[in-house]
Design a protein around this ligand. Structure first.
Ligand SMILES: C[S@@+](CC[C@H](N)C(=O)[O-])C[C@H]1O[C@@H](n2cnc3c(N)ncnc32)[C@H](O)[C@@H]1O
Length: 223
């Protein structure tokens, strides 16, 4: 299992059950089962092929009987009573928003949600804070030369983030993380490139340019 998934595994509390939505090869559920996770383990995917791969992973690890496999879109096949931890990792931030939005039962502080967006983390943080899903913990992990954000989220605990923090994660939560400064620099470079790209284009979105310029100023002040 890669370092990104290992870090996610380390954040999963011992509880009554966990679902890994979009499990793909099913590495996380197999690792949890092997580590003796005490509750129910659900591995779900919207596509047949990844779910078969997840079954093969479980078989190779000798833990098939410890995992339930679900072919479903998002959380639609998940029994809310069976789990208390939800993992949505390796997907776009917008898809994670859509999956949570379609599962109103997650609006309940009993659930711990571990979210790892591959793209559009700012869209996800914006949606979370507007819907009272509080980010209670942020982690950064380096894997294969890339930095990934992992958000631990619980309903009913949201507080406002600055526009820059929608991109970087909460400065307060990441203050002690040694990867925060390199991550911030990467976000600053990304924002500079986005602004330069807009300025070179023929029909610049003036409102978006103004917002990104303000975000860039805020990011530089976070150095
Ligand atoms: C890039 S893989 C991520 C695998 C793993 N979670 C990880 O973090 O490495 C994304 C997986 O999400 C699945 N997926 C995409 N949309 C989904 C949805 N709406 N519901 C459930 N699974 C979905 C895809 O089939 C794919 O297997």
């Amino acid at each position: 299992m890669n370092r990104r998934l290992e870090r996610i595994q380390a954040l999963i509390p011992q509880g009554r059950g966990v679902i890994d939505v979009g499990t793909d090869h099913g590495y996380l559920p197999a690792a949890l089962a092997k580590a003796g996770y005490p509750g129910v383990i659900l591995a779900s995917d919207i596509n047949d092929e990844p779910l078969h791969a997840a079954k093969r992973t479980a078989q190779a690890a000798g833990v098939t009987d410890k995992i339930r496999f679900l072919l479903c879109d998002g959380l639609h096949g998940c029994d809310p009573e069976a789990v208390d931890t939800l993992v949505l990792a390796g997907m776009g931030g917008d898809l994670i928003c859509r999956i949570l939005d379609e599962a109103e039962w997650t609006m309940d502080p009993q659930y711990t949600m571990i979210l790892q967006p591959m793209t559009k983390a700012e869209v996800l943080r914006y949606w979370l804070s507007n819907n009272d899903y509080g980010i209670v913990r942020e982690d950064l992990v380096e894997d294969g030369g890339k930095l990934y954000s992992i958000l631990t989220v619980r309903f009913g605990t949201a507080w406002p983030l600055t526009d820059a923090e929608l991109f970087t994660g909460s400065r307060k939560l990441l203050a002690e993380d040694p990867l925060f400064q390199p991550f911030l620099e990467a976000q600053i470079t990304r924002m500079e490139k986005a602004l330069a790209g807009m300025e070179e284009g023929s029909d610049m979105d003036v409102g978006k340019h103004k917002l990104y310029a303000e975000v860039l100023c805020q990011m530089r002040e976070m150095r």
